[in-house]
Design a binder for this molecule. Structure first.
Ligand code: PBG
Length: 316
């Protein structure tokens, strides 16, 4: 009765990786696999049966190019997966990750800056500034609209370009998708905890890094600024990512905005627990539940986690 924080299955979001062509298990993430569209439908059905209300989809296209064309193709991998899941598991809330990194041949989340020297990789010319913020907005908006057209309930821009929530909101509204919500990865750090995800999504940058658009792990005031900016631009939910090493940031953002807060319990956090458990060094289930509860205690309303199914089983 006096317990202050509760974890419930309806606060969880389960990620799904859909891949064009042959997928398979992700080595660095035990229990996670790249799925075909049919397998993704099966997975969504299982997630739904366990009481988890939402999935977030990531796509791995057959081929990547310089325009990220697979990202907004109406017959693209995510678009087809959204349609099939909507059709077969209509109660499922479908969130789509809106980014370019999985679709760009260079693996960045935006369009390369004209002076970046790409593909010559001439770092000196622009310092660490690899990506052209404003040129990326148009493409990201196009991706978000194509996901909404396919039937996504919530689009989740994870690129960290400035102004993209406003751009996507007006793009969606102008296309008639006034009810499609935006879950913004508002506070996304340039983190080494994304390592295993980049294996799963095949999205490691081919040159440079993401530090010119993702946040410095040292900053928390900047996190509040980012969250408030996105709230002002029309975000419906703001997300902090990663979660575990950033519990103070979740708490600070919770105080600073009145929107629902999501936290992304990222791949590295997941794989560390899996690896230690495989070695018999920790009690996997106990550590998993303690971690998820801590993220809730910090102030997150929703948690994106690769543990969603396992946690749901324990919670039911
Ligand atoms: C894409 C994206 C990333 C994650 C979610 N969306 C990776 C990145 O920025 O490199 C990371 C998720 C995880 O590590 O589980 N921009």
């Amino acid at each position: 009765m006096v317990r202050e924080t509760r974890l419930s299955v309806d606060q969880l979001i389960s990620p799904i990786f859909v891949k064009e062509g042959k997928g398979g298990p992700v080595k660095s993430m035990p229990g996670v696999a790249q799925l075909s569209v049919d397998q993704a439908v099966k997975e969504a059905r299982e997630v739904h049966k366990l009481g988890v209300p939402a999935v977030i989809l990531f796509g791995i296209p057959a081929k990547k190019d310089e325009d990220a064309s697979g990202a907004y193709d109406p017959e693209g991998i995510v678009q087809r997966a959204v349609k099939s899941i909507k059709d077969k598991v209509p109660e499922m809330v479908i969130i789509t990750d809106v980014c370019l990194c999985e679709y760009m041949s260079h693996g960045h989340c935006g369009v390369p800056h004209p002076a970046s020297g790409h593909p010559l990789l001439n770092k000196e010319r622009v310092g660490e500034r690899w990506i052209d913020n404003d040129a990326s907005l148009e493409l990201l908006t196009r991706v978000a609209i194509s996901h909404a057209e396919a039937g996504a309930d919530i689009v989740a821009p994870s690129d960290m370009m400035d102004g993209r929530v406003a751009a996507i909101r007006s793009g969606l509204d102008e296309s008639g998708f006034v009810d499609t919500s935006i879950l913004s990865y508002a506070v996304k750090y340039a983190s080494a905890f994304y390592g295993p995800f980049r294996d799963a999504a095949e999205s490691t940058p081919k040159f440079g890094d993401r530090r010119s658009y993702q946040m410095d792990p040292a900053n928390v005031r900047e996190a509040i600024r980012e969250a408030r900016l996105d709230a002002g631009e029309g975000a419906d939910i703001v997300m902090v990512k990663p979660a575990l090493a950033y519990l103070d940031v979740i708490a600070a953002v919770r105080c600073a905005v009145n929107l629902p807060i999501a936290a992304y319990n990222v791949s590295g956090e997941y794989s560390m627990i899996k690896a230690a458990a495989q070695k018999g060094w920790i009690d996997e289930k106990a550590v998993m539940m303690e971690t998820l509860l801590a993220i809730r205690r910090a102030g997150a309303d929703l948690i994106v986690t690769y543990f969603a199914k396992e946690a749901a089983k324990l919670l039911s």
